[in-house]
Design a protein around this ligand. Structure first.
Ligand code: RTP
Ligand code: MG
Length: 140
């Protein structure tokens, strides 16, 4: 299994409820290492670019509004099989369908406020990391 990097966002519903440490504990317990992290606020344009793959979907406007409703924490996670591993730790997109012990089951409010994002493939992980971090901010 290869060592991979994945991109994570702790979403506004998580920062609003002061859950960044609790979510980071689940990330670290899963064997993923947080090798870059910063708190930022997405502009509307940044949120639209980030979720551009969904721009034709009916929920796109609500998704962008939610992502800019407060600060987020962007992260790079490192570990074996990190992309799939983090998706497993996140749980299903809809928290009602997420397994116990996952971030979304334990912390998410709803489908739209589901607490965290994880990249879905190596190509998207590379693009998302490059959008938010320069090389010297990532300390593996
Ligand atoms: P994410 O990109 O945030 O990690 O979530 P995901 O891969 O599990 O799900 P994705 O299909 O990429 O959807 C992105 C985000 O859009 C919201 N969503 N709303 N109302 C709806 O039907 C609906 N479907 C998706 C969710 O907040 C999801 O995380
Ligand atoms: Mg996605």
């Amino acid at each position: 299994m290869a060592i991979e990097h994945t991109f994570s966002i702790l979403k506004p519903d998580a920062t609003r409820r002061n859950l960044t440490g609790a979510i980071n504990a689940l990330i670290e317990k899963a064997g993923l290492r947080i090798i870059a992290q910063k708190r930022v606020r997405f502009t509307r344009e940044q949120a639209e670019t980030f979720y551009a793959v969904h721009k034709a979907r009916p929920f796109f406007g609500e998704l962008v509004d939610t992502m800019i409703s407060g600060p987020v924490v962007v992260q790079v996670l490192e570990g074996e099989d990190a992309i799939k591993k983090y998706r497993d730790v996140l749980g299903a997109t809809d928290p009602a369908k997420a397994d116990p012990g996952t971030i979304r089951k334990e912390f998410a409010v709803s489908l739209g406020e589901n607490s965290a994002h994880g990249s879905d493939a190596p190509e998207t992980a590379a693009v998302e990391i490059a959008q938010w971090f320069s090389g010297n901010e990532i300390v593996g």
